[in-house]
Design a protein around this ligand. Structure first.
Ligand code: ASP
Length: 326
């Protein structure tokens, strides 16, 4: 029996309590600790999460809302031309189009998203407008672009010289096949708890590099890329969107927290769920971050290599995620 099969067998234990207890010993790395009670707090995905957190922190420290904080934080990452996985400079689809997905959710379960949006630098802010100015939750493609223009957003090309060159180089070797591997994704997802005890989250990405034209991942989908329930906590995802959607990753984390798991346990259990539902996860990376209503946080990934940026009054640091598979 392979290591993975043995791992899978161990996960069919049923019952949240049993699963929670079993997953504690399973993650290979338990460097993540939690610090209940810290407020305000912001956590974000990957190294660029620190850039986002710094901005969010200015707002949170001054007593601003979690919603304003996460939006302002991820906007900086959207505007960074050096980042190849979000907004400006994001790697294009296999036809050379940069297409963006984003969503945002507040403490009142209000939410908005955009998917397959082109030529708008700040999809997260368009998502917020969808939430605040329309009766809908998700706008896509040309409709989302038209809405953005109506709301005063300016159009610009998001394909930089660097991302165009990378795409041209990819085309030579690719045989036009979209790539799935554990490295070609790096969404910025951010969750904050403000001084008033309110949670909000935001998630924004250019999605998988060299994806099929029209492909949408988990990041704009409430419940997959992001979920917030102000009574319980919030979670956000990065990694292969198809795998995250299959388990409704962020929603199940919040539900597991509702039933008593810590954010750390719930993130690990969601990773186990992804493993259960896939035949082969050797080339598939998924990672989660979660924050509870009390300021407790956690992070877990399938494979080694994911990290989360954390900012509180006392901490400004990167945390390596607990990983399941090495
Ligand atoms: N989750 C994103 C997607 O599948 C990719 C990422 O995390 O960068 O589109």
């Amino acid at each position: 029996m392979t290591k993975r099969r043995a791992f899978l067998k161990n996960t069919f234990l049923g019952g949240l309590g049993v699963v929670a207890a079993s997953c504690k010993g399973m993650a290979k790395n338990h460097s993540v600790s939690s610090n209940p009670g810290d407020k305000p707090i912001v956590i974000s995905t990957w190294n660029h999460g620190q850039v986002a957190n710094n901005k969010s922190w200015e707002i949170l420290r001054a007593g601003g809302s979690a919603l304003d904080a996460v939006e302002a934080g991820v906007r900086l990452v959207e505007s960074d031309p050096e980042g190849s996985s979000v907004g400006l400079g994001g790697l294009p689809d296999r036809d050379g189009n940069v297409t963006l997905d984003a969503c945002i959710m507040n403490h009142k379960n209000e939410c908005g998203g955009v998917a397959f949006l082109q030529n708008i630098e700040h999809p997260v802010s368009v998502a917020r407008k969808v939430m605040e100015e329309t009766p809908h939750v998700l706008l896509v493609g040309e409709g989302a672009r038209q809405f953005a223009i109506q709301q005063g957003f300016k159009e610009r090309s998001l394909l930089t010289k660097k991302s165009e060159q990378a795409w041209l180089a990819w085309k030579k070797e690719s045989r036009y096949e979209p790539i799935i591997n554990i490295e070609n994704h790096d969404t910025i997802g951010s969750i904050a708890l403000d001084k008033n005890g309110n949670l909000s989250g935001a998630c924004t990405t250019s999605g998988l590099a060299y994806k099929m034209h029209g492909r949408v991942g988990d990041s704009p989908l409430i419940g997959s890329g992001l979920f917030v329930d102000n009574e319980v906590g919030a979670a956000c995802a990065t990694g292969l969107g198809e795998a995250i959607i299959r388990v409704a990753g962020s929603a199940i984390i919040v539900e597991m927290m509702r039933h008593g798991m810590s954010p750390q346990e719930a993130c690990e259990e969601a990773c186990k769920r992804v493993i259960q539902k896939h035949e082969d996860v050797s080339n598939l990376q998924v990672a989660f971050i979660a924050l509870s209503k009390t300021g407790e946080y956690g992070t877990a990934s399938l494979h080694k290599g994911f990290n989360m940026a954390l900012r509180t009054d006392k901490l400004d640091t990167m945390q390596e995620a607990a990983f399941q598979l090495g």
